[in-house]
Design a protein around this ligand. Structure first.
Ligand SMILES: [Fe+2]
Length: 238
């Protein structure tokens, strides 16, 4: 069984369509998304329609939870006051433009999905097993990885939220941050998704990068009235 993981799409339908086409080419059996479906690019409703239409199940991100419940704050972390102000504008824009159907979809997403194949228990969540807005970066200590995973009955942990892909193997467990389909922050502007295949007890993973029309999404961001710095960041992969 081979699965594809689509992390943090953030309203970028162009990136999602490109990632989906590549996943189909790679012959995946199933695709899961990691939530954070809106914000930063304008196509939150189109993204959700696409996921429903293509039978892609997934989990709830902090952005989904806060948009769906009309909260004051998206629960994101900001690098500086300017970014905080821009993110707040983007959050308001998304709350105002997400349809009721989209909000209902986001509201009803589960916190986690558990699957099991080839004798391995896999858990899929947005950011961490208990909190949807914790940034689980690769350079966290081994103690942190152990604390996050010790009370969770799983062999393979799959999550996103940081938009920076990595894999770490520790104590027989596999930790995979699947990166971001719609808003990569690792300096590579291409869309990122992750393939996971378990054969003979071995967990094989691959970060797939897919070129897409970044400029089309960047132009749509500017036309939509979202902060133009989101277009700049997309062009730089930051
Ligand atoms: Fe995100």
């Amino acid at each position: 069984m081979k699965i594809a993981i689509f992390g943090d799409i953030h309203g970028n339908i162009e990136a999602l369509m490109a990632a989906y086409a590549e996943a189909v080419t790679r012959g995946v059996d199933r695709i899961y998304h990691l939530g954070d479906l809106g914000g930063y690019a304008p196509f939150v409703n189109e993204v959700i329609d696409f996921l429903i239409e293509h039978g892609i199940e997934g989990v709830q991100g902090n952005y989904d939870e806060t948009v769906a419940n009309n909260r004051e704050h998206c629960g994101c972390k900001y690098e500086d006051p300017f970014q905080a102000e821009m993110a707040a504008l983007g959050f308001e824009w998304t709350k105002n433009h997400a349809s009721q159907k989209s909000k209902d979809y986001m509201k009803n997403l589960p916190f986690e999905i558990r699957i099991s194949f080839e004798g391995k228990k896999v858990i899929i969540f947005h950011a961490s097993p208990r909190k949807n807005n914790l940034y689980w970066y690769e350079d966290r200590t081994e103690k942190f990885f152990r604390e996050m995973s010790e009370k969770v009955d799983a062999d393979v942990f799959i999550y996103g939220h940081t938009h920076r892909p990595y894999r770490k193997d520790l104590d027989g467990k596999v930790f995979i941050n699947a990166g971001s389909v719609g808003k990569p922050k690792d300096g590579d502007t291409r869309s990122c998704f992750t393939l996971v295949e378990i054969t003979g007890g071995y967990v094989k993973s691959e970060f797939v990068r897919v070129a897409y029309d970044v400029e089309k999404t960047a132009s749509a961001i500017i036309e939509s009235g979202l902060p133009s710095c989101f277009a700049e960041k997309l062009r730089m992969g930051t």
